[in-house]
Design a protein around this ligand. Structure first.
Ligand code: NAG
Ligand code: NAG
Ligand code: NAG
Ligand code: NAG
Ligand code: NAG
Ligand code: NAG
Ligand code: NAG
Ligand code: NAG
Length: 515
Protein backbone atom coordinates (compact mmCIF):
# COMPACT_ATOMS: atom_id res chain seq x y z
CA UNK A 1 0.00 0.00 0.00
CA UNK A 2 1.12 3.48 -0.81
CA UNK A 3 2.57 5.45 2.06
CA UNK A 4 0.98 8.84 1.91
CA UNK A 5 2.33 12.10 3.11
CA UNK A 6 0.10 13.87 5.53
CA UNK A 7 0.15 17.59 5.99
CA UNK A 8 -0.43 19.57 9.06
CA UNK A 9 -1.27 23.22 8.92
CA UNK A 10 1.25 25.18 10.82
CA UNK A 11 -0.42 28.47 10.17
CA UNK A 12 -2.90 30.15 7.84
CA UNK A 13 -2.69 33.90 7.96
CA UNK A 14 -4.58 36.67 6.30
CA UNK A 15 -1.92 39.27 5.76
CA UNK A 16 -4.05 42.27 6.57
CA UNK A 17 -4.92 43.19 10.11
CA UNK A 18 -8.40 44.51 9.37
CA UNK A 19 -9.86 41.32 10.72
CA UNK A 20 -8.49 41.77 14.20
CA UNK A 21 -11.24 41.68 16.76
CA UNK A 22 -9.84 41.09 20.18
CA UNK A 23 -7.56 43.69 21.59
CA UNK A 24 -4.10 42.60 22.51
CA UNK A 25 -4.12 39.50 20.40
CA UNK A 26 -2.01 39.72 17.30
CA UNK A 27 -3.41 36.70 15.56
CA UNK A 28 -7.12 36.28 15.73
CA UNK A 29 -8.89 33.48 13.95
CA UNK A 30 -11.56 34.67 11.63
CA UNK A 31 -14.09 32.24 10.46
CA UNK A 32 -17.15 33.11 8.53
CA UNK A 33 -19.42 30.45 7.26
CA UNK A 34 -22.59 30.53 5.30
CA UNK A 35 -23.95 29.41 1.97
CA UNK A 36 -21.86 26.28 2.19
CA UNK A 37 -23.32 22.85 1.77
CA UNK A 38 -22.32 21.13 4.98
CA UNK A 39 -23.85 17.76 4.29
CA UNK A 40 -20.46 16.13 3.86
CA UNK A 41 -18.91 17.86 6.83
CA UNK A 42 -18.65 15.98 10.09
CA UNK A 43 -18.81 18.22 13.14
CA UNK A 44 -18.77 16.75 16.59
CA UNK A 45 -19.45 18.94 19.58
CA UNK A 46 -17.61 16.93 22.20
CA UNK A 47 -19.31 16.67 25.57
CA UNK A 48 -22.90 17.37 24.51
CA UNK A 49 -25.58 14.78 25.02
CA UNK A 50 -27.59 15.48 21.88
CA UNK A 51 -26.86 16.72 18.38
CA UNK A 52 -28.30 20.04 17.17
CA UNK A 53 -28.16 22.59 14.39
CA UNK A 54 -26.24 25.73 15.27
CA UNK A 55 -28.51 28.71 14.71
CA UNK A 56 -25.62 30.99 13.83
CA UNK A 57 -23.78 28.91 11.26
CA UNK A 58 -26.44 26.35 10.28
CA UNK A 59 -23.89 23.62 10.90
CA UNK A 60 -25.26 20.32 12.11
CA UNK A 61 -23.36 19.22 15.20
CA UNK A 62 -23.35 15.64 16.37
CA UNK A 63 -23.01 14.62 19.97
CA UNK A 64 -19.98 12.51 20.73
CA UNK A 65 -21.64 9.24 21.38
CA UNK A 66 -18.55 7.29 22.34
CA UNK A 67 -17.85 4.68 24.96
CA UNK A 68 -15.28 6.29 27.16
CA UNK A 69 -14.42 9.54 28.85
CA UNK A 70 -16.30 12.04 30.95
CA UNK A 71 -18.17 15.10 29.83
CA UNK A 72 -17.70 18.53 31.33
CA UNK A 73 -18.85 22.03 30.75
CA UNK A 74 -16.90 25.18 31.25
CA UNK A 75 -18.54 27.79 33.37
CA UNK A 76 -16.75 30.75 31.88
CA UNK A 77 -17.84 30.55 28.28
CA UNK A 78 -16.20 33.63 26.96
CA UNK A 79 -13.98 32.75 24.03
CA UNK A 80 -13.71 36.11 22.39
CA UNK A 81 -11.33 34.90 19.77
CA UNK A 82 -13.67 32.17 18.59
CA UNK A 83 -17.09 33.81 18.51
CA UNK A 84 -18.47 31.42 15.90
CA UNK A 85 -17.79 28.35 17.94
CA UNK A 86 -18.31 29.83 21.38
CA UNK A 87 -21.16 27.45 22.06
CA UNK A 88 -19.21 24.39 20.93
CA UNK A 89 -16.23 25.23 23.09
CA UNK A 90 -18.20 25.31 26.32
CA UNK A 91 -18.43 21.55 26.53
CA UNK A 92 -15.67 18.99 26.33
CA UNK A 93 -14.88 15.34 26.83
CA UNK A 94 -11.93 14.29 28.92
CA UNK A 95 -10.29 10.88 29.03
CA UNK A 96 -9.15 9.91 32.51
CA UNK A 97 -8.67 6.29 31.57
CA UNK A 98 -6.76 4.49 28.89
CA UNK A 99 -3.67 5.45 26.99
CA UNK A 100 -5.37 6.01 23.65
CA UNK A 101 -8.90 7.24 23.14
CA UNK A 102 -10.25 7.70 19.65
CA UNK A 103 -13.05 9.21 17.66
CA UNK A 104 -13.82 7.16 14.59
CA UNK A 105 -14.88 9.40 11.71
CA UNK A 106 -16.58 7.85 8.73
CA UNK A 107 -16.76 10.31 5.85
CA UNK A 108 -19.16 9.53 3.00
CA UNK A 109 -16.41 9.84 0.43
CA UNK A 110 -14.47 6.94 1.89
CA UNK A 111 -10.84 6.09 1.51
CA UNK A 112 -8.11 7.55 -0.67
CA UNK A 113 -9.63 11.01 -0.45
CA UNK A 114 -8.23 14.13 1.09
CA UNK A 115 -9.78 15.68 4.14
CA UNK A 116 -9.16 18.52 6.49
CA UNK A 117 -9.34 17.20 10.03
CA UNK A 118 -9.55 19.85 12.69
CA UNK A 119 -9.70 19.76 16.46
CA UNK A 120 -10.30 22.51 19.02
CA UNK A 121 -9.25 22.36 22.63
CA UNK A 122 -10.50 24.86 25.20
CA UNK A 123 -9.40 23.92 28.69
CA UNK A 124 -11.32 26.59 30.60
CA UNK A 125 -10.12 25.08 33.90
CA UNK A 126 -12.95 22.54 33.74
CA UNK A 127 -11.22 20.41 36.42
CA UNK A 128 -10.49 23.35 38.75
CA UNK A 129 -6.82 22.41 38.73
CA UNK A 130 -5.58 25.37 36.70
CA UNK A 131 -3.23 22.89 35.03
CA UNK A 132 -3.96 22.29 31.37
CA UNK A 133 -2.63 18.94 30.15
CA UNK A 134 -0.13 18.13 27.42
CA UNK A 135 -0.96 15.18 25.20
CA UNK A 136 -0.33 13.67 21.77
CA UNK A 137 -2.69 13.52 18.83
CA UNK A 138 -2.74 10.75 16.27
CA UNK A 139 -4.61 10.43 13.04
CA UNK A 140 -4.99 6.72 12.44
CA UNK A 141 -1.54 5.31 13.18
CA UNK A 142 0.43 8.51 12.64
CA UNK A 143 1.32 10.82 15.48
CA UNK A 144 0.87 14.25 14.01
CA UNK A 145 1.20 16.74 16.78
CA UNK A 146 0.82 17.38 20.48
CA UNK A 147 -1.36 19.79 22.39
CA UNK A 148 0.25 22.03 24.92
CA UNK A 149 -1.10 25.21 26.43
CA UNK A 150 1.22 28.08 27.09
CA UNK A 151 -1.62 29.98 28.72
CA UNK A 152 -4.41 28.03 30.42
CA UNK A 153 -7.12 30.27 29.00
CA UNK A 154 -6.01 29.80 25.40
CA UNK A 155 -7.89 27.80 22.86
CA UNK A 156 -5.77 25.43 20.82
CA UNK A 157 -6.66 24.45 17.30
CA UNK A 158 -4.97 21.85 15.12
CA UNK A 159 -5.64 21.17 11.54
CA UNK A 160 -4.31 18.52 9.20
CA UNK A 161 -4.83 17.68 5.57
CA UNK A 162 -5.07 13.96 5.51
CA UNK A 163 -5.33 11.37 2.79
CA UNK A 164 -7.20 8.52 4.32
CA UNK A 165 -6.09 5.02 3.40
CA UNK A 166 -9.09 3.44 5.08
CA UNK A 167 -12.82 4.19 5.17
CA UNK A 168 -12.71 5.44 8.72
CA UNK A 169 -10.39 8.05 10.13
CA UNK A 170 -9.44 7.58 13.75
CA UNK A 171 -8.66 10.78 15.57
CA UNK A 172 -6.93 9.73 18.77
CA UNK A 173 -5.86 11.48 21.94
CA UNK A 174 -2.92 9.82 23.62
CA UNK A 175 -2.08 10.21 27.28
CA UNK A 176 1.61 10.88 27.80
CA UNK A 177 1.26 11.17 31.59
CA UNK A 178 1.15 14.93 31.59
CA UNK A 179 -2.46 15.40 32.49
CA UNK A 180 -5.79 14.16 31.24
CA UNK A 181 -6.34 14.59 27.49
CA UNK A 182 -9.55 16.29 26.40
CA UNK A 183 -11.22 17.70 23.30
CA UNK A 184 -13.87 20.34 22.71
CA UNK A 185 -14.72 20.18 19.03
CA UNK A 186 -13.81 17.89 16.15
CA UNK A 187 -14.45 18.54 12.48
CA UNK A 188 -13.82 16.82 9.20
CA UNK A 189 -14.17 18.60 5.86
CA UNK A 190 -13.79 16.85 2.53
CA UNK A 191 -11.24 18.50 0.28
CA UNK A 192 -10.73 18.68 -3.39
CA UNK A 193 -14.07 17.81 -4.83
CA UNK A 194 -15.37 21.18 -5.94
CA UNK A 195 -18.66 19.76 -7.15
CA UNK A 196 -19.76 18.99 -3.61
CA UNK A 197 -20.18 22.66 -2.97
CA UNK A 198 -22.57 24.68 -5.05
CA UNK A 199 -23.12 28.41 -5.44
CA UNK A 200 -20.27 29.45 -3.30
CA UNK A 201 -19.72 33.17 -3.30
CA UNK A 202 -18.23 33.92 0.00
CA UNK A 203 -16.66 32.56 3.11
CA UNK A 204 -14.33 29.70 3.41
CA UNK A 205 -15.22 26.62 1.51
CA UNK A 206 -12.99 24.43 3.61
CA UNK A 207 -13.86 25.97 6.95
CA UNK A 208 -10.36 27.30 7.41
CA UNK A 209 -9.79 29.92 10.02
CA UNK A 210 -7.70 32.79 8.80
CA UNK A 211 -5.70 34.51 11.45
CA UNK A 212 -5.23 38.22 11.13
CA UNK A 213 -1.76 39.56 11.56
CA UNK A 214 -0.50 42.77 13.11
CA UNK A 215 1.33 45.15 10.81
CA UNK A 216 5.04 45.62 11.21
CA UNK A 217 6.67 49.02 11.15
CA UNK A 218 7.37 49.11 7.41
CA UNK A 219 4.03 47.83 6.29
CA UNK A 220 0.66 49.33 5.53
CA UNK A 221 -2.75 47.92 5.01
CA UNK A 222 -4.45 47.66 1.64
CA UNK A 223 -8.05 46.84 0.98
CA UNK A 224 -10.62 47.14 -1.71
CA UNK A 225 -14.36 47.45 -1.74
CA UNK A 226 -14.54 46.23 -5.31
CA UNK A 227 -16.68 43.18 -5.70
CA UNK A 228 -14.67 40.11 -6.45
CA UNK A 229 -16.36 37.49 -8.56
CA UNK A 230 -15.03 34.27 -7.14
CA UNK A 231 -16.58 32.34 -10.03
CA UNK A 232 -14.41 33.93 -12.66
CA UNK A 233 -11.30 33.67 -10.50
CA UNK A 234 -11.32 29.92 -10.73
CA UNK A 235 -9.17 29.63 -7.63
CA UNK A 236 -8.15 26.11 -6.65
CA UNK A 237 -7.23 27.37 -3.18
CA UNK A 238 -10.77 28.68 -2.66
CA UNK A 239 -9.69 31.81 -0.87
CA UNK A 240 -12.57 33.63 0.73
CA UNK A 241 -13.40 37.20 -0.31
CA UNK A 242 -12.15 38.60 2.98
CA UNK A 243 -8.75 37.16 2.28
CA UNK A 244 -8.67 38.42 -1.30
CA UNK A 245 -9.76 41.98 -0.71
CA UNK A 246 -7.37 42.75 2.10
CA UNK A 247 -3.59 42.74 1.94
CA UNK A 248 -0.46 44.24 3.35
CA UNK A 249 1.95 46.28 1.34
CA UNK A 250 5.46 47.44 2.13
CA UNK A 251 5.49 51.16 2.91
CA UNK A 252 8.16 52.05 0.37
CA UNK A 253 9.68 50.39 -2.65
CA UNK A 254 12.78 49.67 -0.62
CA UNK A 255 10.87 48.02 2.25
CA UNK A 256 9.90 44.41 2.41
CA UNK A 257 6.92 42.54 3.77
CA UNK A 258 8.44 40.45 6.54
CA UNK A 259 7.06 37.27 7.95
CA UNK A 260 8.90 36.01 11.00
CA UNK A 261 8.34 32.40 11.99
CA UNK A 262 10.13 30.11 14.35
CA UNK A 263 9.93 26.66 12.82
CA UNK A 264 13.21 25.35 14.07
CA UNK A 265 12.33 21.71 13.63
CA UNK A 266 14.44 20.98 10.62
CA UNK A 267 13.48 17.33 10.42
CA UNK A 268 10.35 18.30 8.50
CA UNK A 269 9.77 19.49 5.01
CA UNK A 270 7.50 22.54 4.85
CA UNK A 271 5.21 23.84 2.14
CA UNK A 272 4.64 27.56 1.98
CA UNK A 273 1.74 29.04 0.03
CA UNK A 274 1.85 32.75 -0.64
CA UNK A 275 -1.39 34.15 -2.01
CA UNK A 276 -1.32 37.34 -4.04
CA UNK A 277 -4.26 39.22 -5.48
CA UNK A 278 -3.22 42.65 -6.62
CA UNK A 279 -6.33 44.82 -6.61
CA UNK A 280 -4.55 48.17 -6.53
CA UNK A 281 -5.77 50.46 -9.32
CA UNK A 282 -2.91 51.60 -11.57
CA UNK A 283 -2.64 55.22 -12.51
CA UNK A 284 -0.64 54.10 -15.46
CA UNK A 285 -1.26 50.64 -16.83
CA UNK A 286 2.43 50.09 -17.45
CA UNK A 287 3.10 50.16 -13.70
CA UNK A 288 4.51 46.85 -12.62
CA UNK A 289 4.73 45.01 -9.35
CA UNK A 290 7.67 42.61 -9.42
CA UNK A 291 8.99 40.96 -6.28
CA UNK A 292 11.63 38.62 -4.96
CA UNK A 293 10.73 36.16 -2.24
CA UNK A 294 13.47 35.15 0.17
CA UNK A 295 13.07 32.35 2.65
CA UNK A 296 15.47 32.53 5.58
CA UNK A 297 17.14 35.65 4.33
CA UNK A 298 18.72 36.70 7.58
CA UNK A 299 18.65 35.58 11.13
CA UNK A 300 20.54 33.56 13.63
CA UNK A 301 21.89 30.21 12.60
CA UNK A 302 20.19 30.41 9.25
CA UNK A 303 22.47 29.95 6.31
CA UNK A 304 20.16 28.75 3.61
CA UNK A 305 18.59 31.40 1.50
CA UNK A 306 15.96 30.26 -0.91
CA UNK A 307 15.15 33.00 -3.39
CA UNK A 308 12.30 33.06 -5.86
CA UNK A 309 13.08 35.85 -8.28
CA UNK A 310 10.93 38.21 -10.32
CA UNK A 311 7.45 37.25 -9.18
CA UNK A 312 5.30 39.55 -11.26
CA UNK A 313 1.72 40.38 -10.28
CA UNK A 314 -0.92 41.41 -12.78
CA UNK A 315 -3.88 43.57 -11.90
CA UNK A 316 -6.68 41.46 -10.43
CA UNK A 317 -5.07 38.19 -11.32
CA UNK A 318 -4.70 35.70 -8.56
CA UNK A 319 -1.29 34.19 -8.03
CA UNK A 320 -0.37 31.55 -5.50
CA UNK A 321 3.28 30.79 -5.05
CA UNK A 322 3.90 27.32 -3.73
CA UNK A 323 7.35 27.01 -2.22
CA UNK A 324 9.07 24.02 -0.79
CA UNK A 325 11.35 24.30 2.19
CA UNK A 326 13.29 21.10 2.19
CA UNK A 327 14.20 19.04 5.22
CA UNK A 328 17.11 20.43 7.13
CA UNK A 329 16.16 24.06 6.67
CA UNK A 330 13.29 25.06 8.93
CA UNK A 331 11.65 28.44 8.54
CA UNK A 332 12.89 31.53 10.26
CA UNK A 333 11.59 34.24 7.99
CA UNK A 334 10.07 35.00 4.65
CA UNK A 335 10.82 38.36 3.06
CA UNK A 336 8.98 39.75 0.07
CA UNK A 337 10.69 42.67 -1.55
CA UNK A 338 10.15 44.69 -4.73
CA UNK A 339 12.85 44.27 -7.38
CA UNK A 340 14.69 47.33 -8.77
CA UNK A 341 12.47 47.08 -11.87
CA UNK A 342 9.24 47.26 -9.88
CA UNK A 343 7.11 50.43 -9.77
CA UNK A 344 5.04 49.30 -6.84
CA UNK A 345 6.13 47.99 -3.42
CA UNK A 346 5.85 44.38 -2.34
CA UNK A 347 2.48 43.07 -1.17
CA UNK A 348 0.85 39.94 0.15
CA UNK A 349 -2.75 38.86 0.78
CA UNK A 350 -2.36 35.70 2.79
CA UNK A 351 -0.14 32.77 3.43
CA UNK A 352 -0.38 29.21 4.61
CA UNK A 353 2.40 27.03 5.90
CA UNK A 354 2.17 23.25 6.15
CA UNK A 355 4.48 20.74 7.68
CA UNK A 356 4.71 17.43 5.88
CA UNK A 357 4.46 14.35 8.00
CA UNK A 358 5.48 11.08 6.43
CA UNK A 359 3.06 8.32 7.24
CA UNK A 360 5.59 5.67 8.08
CA UNK A 361 3.18 3.16 9.54
CA UNK A 362 0.27 1.76 7.61
CA UNK A 363 -3.13 1.30 9.12
CA UNK A 364 -4.49 -2.26 9.33
CA UNK A 365 -5.85 -3.90 6.17
CA UNK A 366 -9.39 -2.66 5.51
CA UNK A 367 -10.92 -6.17 5.46
CA UNK A 368 -9.54 -6.90 8.90
CA UNK A 369 -10.66 -3.53 10.24
CA UNK A 370 -14.17 -4.15 8.96
CA UNK A 371 -14.27 -7.70 10.35
CA UNK A 372 -12.92 -6.90 13.81
CA UNK A 373 -15.17 -3.84 14.17
CA UNK A 374 -18.15 -5.98 13.24
CA UNK A 375 -17.10 -8.55 15.84
CA UNK A 376 -16.75 -5.76 18.38
CA UNK A 377 -20.27 -4.55 17.55
CA UNK A 378 -22.01 -7.91 17.41
CA UNK A 379 -20.64 -9.18 20.69
CA UNK A 380 -20.76 -5.72 22.31
CA UNK A 381 -17.13 -5.91 23.30
CA UNK A 382 -16.27 -2.87 25.35
CA UNK A 383 -12.58 -2.65 26.04
CA UNK A 384 -10.52 0.43 26.65
CA UNK A 385 -7.87 -0.67 24.24
CA UNK A 386 -10.27 -1.55 21.46
CA UNK A 387 -10.18 1.94 19.96
CA UNK A 388 -8.46 3.36 16.94
CA UNK A 389 -6.57 1.19 14.53
CA UNK A 390 -6.57 -2.49 15.62
CA UNK A 391 -2.90 -3.23 14.87
CA UNK A 392 -1.06 -0.03 15.21
CA UNK A 393 0.97 1.84 15.92
CA UNK A 394 3.42 -0.21 18.01
CA UNK A 395 2.31 -0.29 21.61
CA UNK A 396 -1.34 0.35 20.76
CA UNK A 397 -2.42 -3.01 19.34
CA UNK A 398 -5.81 -4.06 20.69
CA UNK A 399 -5.54 -6.59 23.50
CA UNK A 400 -6.18 -10.15 22.43
CA UNK A 401 -4.88 -9.44 18.94
CA UNK A 402 -1.58 -10.01 17.26
CA UNK A 403 -0.73 -8.65 13.88
CA UNK A 404 1.98 -9.35 11.38
CA UNK A 405 4.45 -6.70 10.29
CA UNK A 406 3.27 -6.50 6.73
CA UNK A 407 2.22 -3.34 4.97
CA UNK A 408 -0.64 -3.07 5.62
CA UNK A 409 -0.62 -5.23 8.75
CA UNK A 410 -3.00 -8.18 9.05
CA UNK A 411 -4.52 -9.71 12.15
CA UNK A 412 -3.01 -13.16 12.67
CA UNK A 413 -4.37 -14.13 16.04
CA UNK A 414 -7.50 -13.29 17.98
CA UNK A 415 -8.04 -14.36 21.55
CA UNK A 416 -11.51 -13.69 22.87
CA UNK A 417 -11.34 -16.33 25.53
CA UNK A 418 -13.54 -15.52 28.58
CA UNK A 419 -15.01 -12.43 26.96
CA UNK A 420 -18.70 -13.10 27.66
CA UNK A 421 -19.45 -13.65 23.98
CA UNK A 422 -22.94 -14.94 23.37
CA UNK A 423 -24.94 -15.90 20.32
CA UNK A 424 -23.67 -17.66 17.23
CA UNK A 425 -20.18 -17.64 15.82
CA UNK A 426 -20.44 -14.77 13.38
CA UNK A 427 -19.34 -15.03 9.79
CA UNK A 428 -17.03 -12.01 10.33
CA UNK A 429 -14.46 -14.32 11.92
CA UNK A 430 -13.96 -15.97 8.55
CA UNK A 431 -13.16 -12.58 7.00
CA UNK A 432 -9.98 -12.33 9.04
CA UNK A 433 -8.23 -14.04 6.16
CA UNK A 434 -4.78 -14.30 7.72
CA UNK A 435 -5.92 -15.64 11.05
CA UNK A 436 -3.70 -18.40 12.45
CA UNK A 437 -5.06 -18.61 15.99
CA UNK A 438 -8.65 -18.17 17.08
CA UNK A 439 -9.41 -18.70 20.74
CA UNK A 440 -13.10 -18.34 21.58
CA UNK A 441 -12.97 -20.60 24.60
CA UNK A 442 -14.96 -20.03 27.78
CA UNK A 443 -17.83 -17.98 26.40
CA UNK A 444 -21.56 -18.53 25.93
CA UNK A 445 -21.50 -19.20 22.22
CA UNK A 446 -24.35 -21.31 20.89
CA UNK A 447 -25.37 -22.83 17.60
CA UNK A 448 -23.41 -24.99 15.23
CA UNK A 449 -19.72 -24.88 14.65
CA UNK A 450 -19.87 -23.08 11.31
CA UNK A 451 -18.38 -24.44 8.12
CA UNK A 452 -17.05 -21.01 7.16
CA UNK A 453 -14.28 -21.31 9.74
CA UNK A 454 -12.65 -23.76 7.35
CA UNK A 455 -12.25 -20.84 4.91
CA UNK A 456 -9.46 -19.57 7.15
CA UNK A 457 -6.65 -21.16 5.21
CA UNK A 458 -3.93 -20.13 7.67
CA UNK A 459 -5.77 -21.30 10.77
CA UNK A 460 -3.59 -23.46 12.98
CA UNK A 461 -5.33 -23.29 16.34
CA UNK A 462 -9.06 -23.15 16.93
CA UNK A 463 -10.22 -23.30 20.52
CA UNK A 464 -13.95 -23.52 21.09
CA UNK A 465 -13.79 -25.09 24.56
CA UNK A 466 -16.30 -24.15 27.24
CA UNK A 467 -19.15 -22.93 25.09
CA UNK A 468 -22.60 -24.30 24.36
CA UNK A 469 -22.00 -25.16 20.76
CA UNK A 470 -23.77 -27.96 18.99
CA UNK A 471 -22.43 -30.27 16.33
CA UNK A 472 -21.69 -31.51 13.90
CA UNK A 473 -18.19 -30.34 13.31
CA UNK A 474 -18.03 -29.51 9.63
CA UNK A 475 -16.13 -32.05 7.60
CA UNK A 476 -13.84 -29.37 6.21
CA UNK A 477 -12.58 -28.63 9.72
CA UNK A 478 -12.23 -32.31 10.56
CA UNK A 479 -10.20 -32.79 7.38
CA UNK A 480 -7.88 -29.96 8.35
CA UNK A 481 -7.35 -31.31 11.83
CA UNK A 482 -6.77 -34.86 10.63
CA UNK A 483 -4.25 -33.39 8.27
CA UNK A 484 -2.27 -31.97 11.19
CA UNK A 485 -2.66 -28.45 9.83
CA UNK A 486 -5.22 -27.47 12.47
CA UNK A 487 -5.40 -28.02 16.22
CA UNK A 488 -9.02 -28.13 17.28
CA UNK A 489 -9.94 -27.72 20.95
CA UNK A 490 -13.30 -28.61 22.32
CA UNK A 491 -12.28 -29.92 25.71
CA UNK A 492 -14.75 -29.19 28.54
CA UNK A 493 -17.34 -27.85 26.16
CA UNK A 494 -20.94 -28.24 27.06
CA UNK A 495 -21.58 -30.28 24.00
CA UNK A 496 -24.98 -31.46 22.95
CA UNK A 497 -25.66 -35.14 22.85
CA UNK A 498 -25.81 -35.04 19.04
CA UNK A 499 -22.53 -33.27 18.77
CA UNK A 500 -20.74 -35.71 21.02
CA UNK A 501 -22.27 -38.63 19.16
CA UNK A 502 -21.17 -37.24 15.84
CA UNK A 503 -17.63 -36.80 17.10
CA UNK A 504 -17.53 -40.31 18.49
CA UNK A 505 -18.96 -41.64 15.25
CA UNK A 506 -16.16 -39.96 13.40
CA UNK A 507 -13.68 -41.67 15.67
CA UNK A 508 -12.79 -38.50 17.53
CA UNK A 509 -12.67 -37.84 21.27
CA UNK A 510 -14.52 -34.61 22.01
CA UNK A 511 -12.81 -34.09 25.33
CA UNK A 512 -9.30 -34.09 24.03
CA UNK A 513 -7.62 -31.81 21.65
CA UNK A 514 -7.92 -33.11 18.14
CA UNK A 515 -5.01 -33.22 15.87
C1 NAG B 1 -13.99 34.79 32.32
O1 NAG B 1 -13.45 35.19 31.07
C2 NAG B 1 -13.24 36.58 30.99
C3 NAG B 1 -12.79 36.86 29.58
O2 NAG B 1 -11.86 35.94 29.13
C4 NAG B 1 -12.22 37.02 32.04
O3 NAG B 1 -12.03 38.41 31.96
C5 NAG B 1 -12.72 36.64 33.41
O4 NAG B 1 -11.74 36.94 34.37
C6 NAG B 1 -13.06 35.16 33.47
N1 NAG B 1 -13.69 34.86 34.74
C7 NAG B 1 -13.31 33.84 35.52
C8 NAG B 1 -14.07 33.65 36.77
O5 NAG B 1 -12.39 33.09 35.20
C1 NAG C 1 -15.14 23.36 39.98
O1 NAG C 1 -15.57 24.35 40.85
C2 NAG C 1 -16.90 24.78 40.64
C3 NAG C 1 -17.18 25.96 41.53
O2 NAG C 1 -16.63 25.75 42.80
C4 NAG C 1 -17.83 23.60 40.88
O3 NAG C 1 -19.17 24.01 40.65
C5 NAG C 1 -17.47 22.48 39.96
O4 NAG C 1 -18.26 21.35 40.21
C6 NAG C 1 -16.00 22.11 40.09
N1 NAG C 1 -15.69 21.16 39.04
C7 NAG C 1 -14.93 20.07 39.26
C8 NAG C 1 -14.69 19.18 38.09
O5 NAG C 1 -14.45 19.82 40.35
C1 NAG D 1 12.03 29.21 18.72
O1 NAG D 1 11.63 27.88 19.10
C2 NAG D 1 12.58 27.22 19.91
C3 NAG D 1 12.14 25.78 20.08
O2 NAG D 1 10.78 25.63 19.97
C4 NAG D 1 12.73 27.98 21.22
O3 NAG D 1 13.67 27.33 22.04
C5 NAG D 1 13.16 29.41 20.94
O4 NAG D 1 13.20 30.15 22.12
C6 NAG D 1 12.22 30.08 19.95
N1 NAG D 1 12.76 31.36 19.57
C7 NAG D 1 12.03 32.45 19.47
C8 NAG D 1 12.75 33.68 19.01
O5 NAG D 1 10.85 32.47 19.74
C1 NAG E 1 15.11 38.82 -12.76
O1 NAG E 1 15.09 40.07 -13.43
C2 NAG E 1 16.40 40.65 -13.54
C3 NAG E 1 16.22 42.01 -14.16
O2 NAG E 1 15.40 41.95 -15.30
C4 NAG E 1 17.29 39.76 -14.37
O3 NAG E 1 18.58 40.31 -14.43
C5 NAG E 1 17.36 38.39 -13.71
O4 NAG E 1 18.12 37.50 -14.52
C6 NAG E 1 15.96 37.83 -13.53
N1 NAG E 1 16.06 36.58 -12.79
C7 NAG E 1 15.50 35.45 -13.19
C8 NAG E 1 15.72 34.24 -12.36
O5 NAG E 1 14.82 35.39 -14.21
C1 NAG F 1 13.88 26.41 -2.63
O1 NAG F 1 12.61 26.63 -3.21
C2 NAG F 1 12.35 25.89 -4.38
C3 NAG F 1 11.02 26.32 -4.91
O2 NAG F 1 10.01 26.01 -3.99
C4 NAG F 1 12.40 24.40 -4.06
O3 NAG F 1 12.21 23.65 -5.23
C5 NAG F 1 13.74 24.05 -3.44
O4 NAG F 1 13.73 22.71 -3.06
C6 NAG F 1 14.00 24.93 -2.23
N1 NAG F 1 15.30 24.65 -1.68
C7 NAG F 1 15.50 24.35 -0.40
C8 NAG F 1 16.91 24.09 0.02
O5 NAG F 1 14.59 24.25 0.39
C1 NAG G 1 -6.02 -16.62 25.36
O1 NAG G 1 -6.03 -15.91 26.57
C2 NAG G 1 -6.21 -16.73 27.71
C3 NAG G 1 -6.38 -15.84 28.91
O2 NAG G 1 -5.71 -14.66 28.78
C4 NAG G 1 -5.01 -17.65 27.81
O3 NAG G 1 -5.15 -18.50 28.93
C5 NAG G 1 -4.91 -18.48 26.55
O4 NAG G 1 -3.76 -19.28 26.56
C6 NAG G 1 -4.87 -17.61 25.32
N1 NAG G 1 -4.99 -18.42 24.11
C7 NAG G 1 -4.01 -18.59 23.24
C8 NAG G 1 -4.30 -19.41 22.05
O5 NAG G 1 -2.91 -18.06 23.39
C1 NAG H 1 -7.14 -22.98 23.58
O1 NAG H 1 -6.35 -23.87 22.83
C2 NAG H 1 -5.04 -23.46 22.59
C3 NAG H 1 -4.40 -24.46 21.69
O2 NAG H 1 -4.48 -25.74 22.22
C4 NAG H 1 -4.32 -23.28 23.90
O3 NAG H 1 -3.01 -22.83 23.67
C5 NAG H 1 -5.06 -22.29 24.73
O4 NAG H 1 -4.45 -22.14 25.98
C6 NAG H 1 -6.46 -22.68 24.90
N1 NAG H 1 -7.14 -21.60 25.59
C7 NAG H 1 -7.65 -21.74 26.78
C8 NAG H 1 -8.30 -20.54 27.40
O5 NAG H 1 -7.62 -22.82 27.36
C1 NAG I 1 -3.32 -31.27 4.07
O1 NAG I 1 -1.96 -30.90 4.16
C2 NAG I 1 -1.30 -30.76 2.91
C3 NAG I 1 0.16 -30.48 3.17
O2 NAG I 1 0.35 -29.80 4.38
C4 NAG I 1 -1.99 -29.66 2.10
O3 NAG I 1 -1.39 -29.53 0.84
C5 NAG I 1 -3.45 -29.97 1.94
O4 NAG I 1 -4.12 -28.91 1.28
C6 NAG I 1 -4.09 -30.20 3.30
N1 NAG I 1 -5.48 -30.61 3.15
C7 NAG I 1 -6.46 -29.99 3.81
C8 NAG I 1 -7.82 -30.54 3.60
O5 NAG I 1 -6.26 -29.03 4.56
Amino acid sequence: MERALQWIVVVAICASSTLIRAAGIAETPHRKLSNVDYSDVISIDCGVKEGYIDLLTRIQYQDDDIEFGEIHTISNNSFETQPQINKQLTSLRSFQEGKRNCYSLKPKQGKNKRYIVRGYFAYGNYDNKSMPPTFDLYIDVTVFTFIRFSVASNTRRVEAIYTSLTDTIDFCLVNIEQGVPFISLLELWPLGSASVYQDLYMDDEYGRSWLARALTRNEKEMNTVLGIDLDTLNDPYKLPTEVLNTAVSALRLSDSVNIWRNYTDKSFEYKVYLHFFDFEERVDSSEKRIMNVLINGFGEGVQDINVTENVSLSYKKLLTLQLTVEQGMGINNIFIKATPDSHLPAMLNAYEIYRLIPQSVSPTHQDDVDAIKRIKDIYKISRMKWQGDPCGPTGFTWDGLTCNARNPPRIISLNLSSSKLSGNIDVSFSNLANLEILDLSNNQLVGEVPEFLAKLSQLKILNLSRNSLTGPIPDALIAKSKNNSLQLRFAHSTLSYNFVTRLINKGLNPFLSLS
